[in-house]
Design a protein around this ligand. Sequence first.
Ligand SMILES: *[C@@H]1O[C@H](CO)[C@@H](O)[C@H](O)[C@H]1NC(C)=O
Ligand SMILES: *[C@@H]1O[C@H](CO)[C@@H](O)[C@H](O)[C@H]1NC(C)=O
Ligand SMILES: *[C@@H]1O[C@H](CO)[C@@H](O)[C@H](O)[C@H]1NC(C)=O
Length: 327
Amino acid sequence: MDSLRTCSMIFPGIEVRLTGLSLAWFLALLGGVTAEPDTTPEAGNSPHLYHQAGQDVTLECKVQAPQETHLRQLHVYWHFLQEPAGISVVHSYSQGADQLGDQAEEFRGRTRLSLQGLNQGVVALILSDVRPSDSGTYRCFLMDNQGADTMDIVLQVAAPYELPQLIILSQDEGQVSLQCHTTGGYPKPEILWHDANGTQLSQEEPVELQRSSRGTFDVWSNLSLTYWAGMSVCCTLNHAPLQQNMSVCVILPALVTQPQAEETGFPVWVIPALTLVLVTIVCMGLIHWALPLIPMEGIEVRCPLTEESQGWSPVRVDPPEEEMAEH
Ligand SMILES: *[C@@H]1O[C@H](CO)[C@@H](O)[C@H](O)[C@H]1NC(C)=O
Ligand SMILES: *[C@@H]1O[C@H](CO)[C@@H](O)[C@H](O)[C@H]1NC(C)=O
Ligand SMILES: *[C@@H]1O[C@H](CO)[C@@H](O)[C@H](O)[C@H]1NC(C)=O
């Protein structure tokens, strides 16, 4: 049994005899408490409490009612189990008084034990001014001269998120990259992307989370999509524990096209090549049309030969042979 193993881990050397502990009984008593799947394996059957940051929370440990226990023989230990940080001491009581020498720093001055319900088997811990970093599993351990009992309670401390910020990361023709960012909340929110008509733009974008020392999250979500100028894109944050529902939208602007952008796309070799072709045509034309007018002595026409030969090669054009023969 997991709790038994943890008990002997927390209290080495103490022989633990668990009194019949019925989880079904606890859950029946805590029927009104909403439960959510939890990642910690031992927390599967534990009651879950949801609270808002800043409130005072009462954690009720319900055990089999001890019979005629003298308070001097009663030991009560509350521990906080948090992954990956480990186990820390929340509150201890023994020899008829609080024993706070080994209390963890983060709980100092915020805990109070109530033994009023001890005859009904209820030992309550009042934790004041709760923070998101208090979220985790609380384990109570009760022991007297007749036996011992233990119980887990999962506490979730919700904090509200700030209004998301929506920025354009990059934009080129037809394609845009956006980022939605928010901070200060707990637990993980839901981020949705949609257009102005409420049509969802993506099923599930990856969300990047970063936990701060206060236990709150920094949240980022990116979206890339094809767009048209004037299109509205919205980012919605849903934070169910606090019923937060916030949307921010951006109207995507038309991309400003730069005129020289088209000129740079023009291949450099085109202009010299066109010139060469043009000069060749003029030379050919000149040869064809001017040939009959060429005097007896002939003329010299200079034409460029190929693209490679930069220089001009002289071409000797002689008068037509028939005319030569007549003379
Ligand atoms: C939203 O609806 C209007 C009218 O039904 C339509 O003209 C427009 O194109 C729609 N916008 C988007 C982004 O689908
Ligand atoms: C969003 O894009 C930025 C910039 O390209 C990148 O640094 C970040 O890791 C991306 N975040 C997610 C959740 O994809
Ligand atoms: C919050 O937003 C979601 C999705 O955008 C919607 O389904 C839900 O009805 C909204 N809740 C409230 C209380 O407005």
